[in-house]
Design a protein around this ligand. Structure first.
Ligand SMILES: C[S@@+](CC[C@H](N)C(=O)[O-])C[C@H]1O[C@@H](n2cnc3c(N)ncnc32)[C@H](O)[C@@H]1O
Length: 282
């Protein structure tokens, strides 16, 4: 019997990813399949509106990229919604709400870490590659490595190739070299993934990926998804880095993330006006 490595490693979602990666008809619709919507394509219309407001509060200039970003929703047939914005709500954009979350994360990372060009980026639990695609539509990282379960990587590869995003490395944590031989990363991203892993897998990620990274952006659902009992707590994540900061308020957190008691843990990066950390330097 195989050992469960995370709450999404549940015997249903990985086989669905495998099927979606290999079957044309399933792939064409994977982003509205109930199994997939239970794990990755999870954001509601209302939460999407909240993310949109936060993107534009950070910088109205992000709206110039909206038509480029909307290419994310051409593949996998997600549910999309029209959102009105701007002065007197005269402008309109159409997005899958989850794509708005990926854009909001990009806007956060740009504010914290500046231009992401030439960075060696690792993403822990990258889903179908939606965050990778949004980052790659604006920046040219030196390398973008997605670390996920094997069947999920196959789906991410198919989605990103169909979306015209190349130069991505796909690996499982088991395939990454041990510490010492490990590649250094300039930025590690994990949205609702690291905090859902089992303790032993988290330890492997800390040793192989997180310890050597110079910056980090981790959306952590400590309150709702720490299913195993001894996974990394907020306190332990703070101990990984002396410059770690934890945010739980808005900005930067959205309403839905605050309601779910999600914490954003940041390693490195700029101090941003109005972002008040619960713990760590202001
Ligand atoms: C809740 S989803 C989040 C996906 C994506 N980060 C996002 O924001 O949409 C959790 C992710 O963790 C991945 N995952 C589960 N077990 C894993 C493991 N043992 N190693 C790496 N990734 C894993 C899942 O396949 C999925 O991509």
């Amino acid at each position: 019997m195989s050992i469960k490595t995370s709450c999404s490693d549940n015997g249903v979602y990985p086989p669905f990813c495998e099927l979606a990666s290999s079957n044309d008809r399933v792939f064409a619709e994977f982003r509205r399949n109930p199994v997939y919507c239970g794990v990755v394509e999870t954001v509601s219309y209302a939460a999407g509106r909240d993310y949109l407001e936060r993107i534009l509060l950070q910088s109205k200039a992000w709206s110039r990229q909206f038509s480029e970003f909307s290419k994310n929703d051409v593949v996998g047939n997600p549910l999309v919604f029209a959102y009105r914005y701007g002065l007197l709500k005269r402008k309109q954009c159409t997005f899958a709400p989850t794509t708005l979350r990926y854009i909001k994360v990009l806007a956060d990372m740009k504010a914290l870490f500046g231009v992401l060009d030439n960075m060696r980026i690792a993403e822990i639990g990258g889903g179908y590659g939606g965050q990778c695609a949004i980052v790659s539509r604006v920046f040219r990282p030196a390398r973008y490595t997605i670390i996920d379960l094997e069947p999920c990587l196959r789906l991410a590869r198919r989605y990103l190739e169909a979306s015209g995003i190349s130069d991505v490395t796909y690996v499982t944590i088991g395939e990454l070299d041990e510490a010492g031989a490990r590649p250094a990363y300039d930025l590690v991203i994990s949205n609702y993934a690291f905090s859902e892993l089992s303790r032993s897998v988290q330890d492997e990620f800390v040793g192989k990926v997180i310890a050597g990274a110079s910056r980090g952006y981790f959306m952590c659902n400590f309150a709702t998804h720490t299913w195993e009992g001894d996974q990394y707590s907020q306190h332990e994540m703070m101990e990984l880095r002396r410059d770690a900061r934890v945010f739980r308020e808005s900005p930067p957190l959205s309403v839905i993330d605050r309601e779910a008691k999600v914490a954003l843990v940041v390693f490195g990066g700029e101090v941003i006006d109005g972002w008040v950390p619960e713990i760590g330097r202001a």
